[in-house]
Ligand binder design. Structure first.
Ligand SMILES: [Zn+2]
Length: 583
């Protein structure tokens, strides 16, 4: 009879190490026996083999046979899948290979595991996206390995297949995923940050900047830990900020030096500092008063906000061309074009440039109603109306973060507002709640969540889990140092009141849920008064009906603009007091 008992993990003596090696040889012999003889038709025999390799891996994860055992587990479950056709068996195989590649990235079997994963996703799971990612990881992480050339070939095949019409639809199509409101106690998804992490790859860095502000976003293929520090320099070698990302590699397509030259930062460099560490260095051109680093999940990214300590000059005298912002080299919206000087500008008024942010877009539809009405479409409609009214009636310049159905990451929306030195930021959303009776209007400013519902909503709008929201709360006070909390509250109050009182004149039972606080990612780091308004509940049947009504949306836009107008007017009084206008 075969002895399949494993040694406890705490035994590290040489004889125990030999025992583990011996057990592995026995398990391997048993496996060979199954493969070469008829016994392999019996599922229970395979399960015995699974138990053997799993015990070895569990007992001695540091032993050199541990990754081999995971590899064997993957192979066995693949065989079981071919016999049973059960998706569960295939999933077990996938998780064994994934564990191998993430836990033992330096092992010679790691790239083989990625390759097999690629083939499973391509052939069995019919998921070319995941297949491509697995092959791409081999090319990125093991460019010198023996699987790199084959992975490159497979990657091309997958990409070719993706552009060639397939006679049969794939099992799982990539499609929009509506946000479903959930109670705050049920995390929407696994908390990736808490999981075991393998080697992550650093993707190309994005940045938005002007001479007083720069936001950098470093995306990685998985959660990473990091540390950051400043180096005080002299004239020859100015001050630097660096961020070390642990357990990371640079992807080949990541640019090594990004010239910025905006007066604040000279450039950003990244390099493989040591085999496990990617260092991102920010070379500065002037005194940095402040910088903040925080992380966002799904996909994992590290966000770095850098501020100068130069006081902003008189805005009204600043020509447009100095306000140019870098936005990944792509056009954010036609509305971004500098406009001819407006009446408001000429009068040196307080509020000149307003960013309107229609929530979600593209692959992110936001919340959806059972009949298929999508938040992203409603808020775009309202935002375009608000933009038109504000331009025409207030004479302010309006920048839309999106003016069509396109996906824009949350941190990019704030970065646009900061880099463009906007005076107000207004994000427009539609609410949803597990309780379908919930209805009404609420407007938010950035702060610690005022209650559980605010927490739930922030998790929903941030497209993240409740756990990650509480992590965010912990660092929020530090991140909020530069936020204009009092002005934001004032703006929120005016917009909320105008909407509620205005809509109640034409429609019945428009509930006032008030001004609230929550940690919305889209508001983090905004250097101007910034609010997020939830114009109605798509989860409420009555309000869903209203959101289909053009007249209702027009009224909503009217009253949002009315609230903004009141705020602008109040600032105008302040401006006139400071710089009296001759009449
Ligand atoms: Zn939303």
């Amino acid at each position: 009879m075969l002895l399949l008992l494993a040694t406890p993990a705490w035994s590290k003596s040489e004889s125990d190490q030999d025992d583990i090696a011996r057990q592995y040889e026995q398990a391997k012999a048993y496996y060979q026996d199954l493969v070469t003889h008829d016994k392999g038709k019996d599922r229970n025999s395979w399960l015995t083999s699974v138990t053997a390799f799993r015990s070895i891996y569990k007992a001695a994860p540091d032993h050199q046979v541990a990754p081999k055992s995971l590899f064997m587990l993957g192979k066995i479950f693949q065989t079981m899948f071919s016999q049973s056709g059960k998706a569960h068996d295939l999933d077990q195989a996938i998780s064994a290979y994934e564990e191998l590649s993430s836990r033992y990235p330096g092992n010679t079997l790691a790239d083989d595991a990625f390759f097999i994963l690629g083939d499973i996703f391509r052939s069995d799971k019919k998921d070319p996206g995941k297949a491509a990612r697995a092959y791409a990881k081999i090319i990125a992480i093991y460019p010198e390995g023996d699987m790199a050339a084959a992975a490159q070939e497979r990657l091309l095949q997958v990409k070719h297949a993706a552009t060639t019409p397939s006679p049969l639809p794939a099992k799982e199509e990539i499609r929009e995923k509506c946000i479903i409101p959930q109670a705050v106690d049920e995390p929407q998804q696994k908390d990736l940050a808490g999981e075991k992490t393998g080697m992550a790859t650093v993707l190309p860095i994005h940045h938005w900047s002007n001479k007083r502000y720069t936001r950098l976003v470093v995306e990685t293929t998985g959660p990473v830990t990091f540390k950051h520090q400043t180096l005080t320099g002299n004239e020859a070698s100015p001050r630097r900020i660096y961020i070390d990302l642990h357990n990371c590699r640079l992807s080949p397509e990541s640019i090594k030096t990004i010239p910025i030259e905006d007066g604040l930062l000279r450039r950003v460099r990244n390099a493989q500092f040591d085999p496990q560490t990617v260092r991102v260095v920010l070379d500065t051109q002037t005194n940095i008063s402040n910088y903040k680093v925080f992380t966002l999940a799904d996909p994992f990214r590290v966000v770095i906000d850098v501020m100068s300590n130069d006081a902003p000059p008189e805005k009204a005298k600043e020509p447009d061309d100095k306000r140019k912002a870098t936005t990944r080299g792509k056009k954010v919206s036609p509305a971004n074009k500098a406009q001819s000087p407006t009446l408001a500008r000429q009068l040196e008024l307080g509020i000149k440039r307003i960013v309107i942010d229609p929530g979600h877009g593209g692959k992110d539809p936001g919340t959806c109603s059972p009949s298929g009405l999508k938040e992203k479409d409603i808020v775009l409609d309202v935002a375009l109306r608000v933009a038109k009214i504000i331009r025409e009636k207030l004479g302010c310049e309006v920048i839309l973060t999106r003016d069509r159905d396109v996906f824009i990451p949350l941190e990019e929306r704030t970065a646009i507002a900061n880099a463009k030195e906007a005076d107000l930021f207004l994000s427009i959303h539609v609410n949803a709640a597990p309780n379908h009776d919930a209805h009404g209007i609420e407007t938010y400013v950035l702060d610690l969540a005022s209650n559980k519902d605010a927490m739930r909503l922030a998790a929903m709008e941030n497209a993240t889990s409740a756990k990650q929201i509480s992590d965010l709360q912990a660092i929020l006070l530090d991140l909020m140092q530069n936020s204009k909390i009092n002005e934001s509250l004032k703006l929120a109050g005016l917009v909320q009141d105008k909407m509620v009182s205005g809509l109640n004149q034409k429609f019945s039972d428009v509930s006032n849920l008030g001004v609230k606080k929550a940690p919305f990612v889209v508001l983090i780091g905004a250097q101007m008064p910034a609010i997020l308004t939830e114009i109605a509940f798509l989860s409420n049947p009555e309000e869903e009906k209203r959101l289909r009504n053009e007249a209702y949306l027009a009224e909503v836009a009217n009253h949002i603009s009315g609230g903004v107008a009141q705020y602008v007017e109040s600032m105008r009084l302040v401006a006139n007091y400071r710089h009296p206008i001759s009449r």
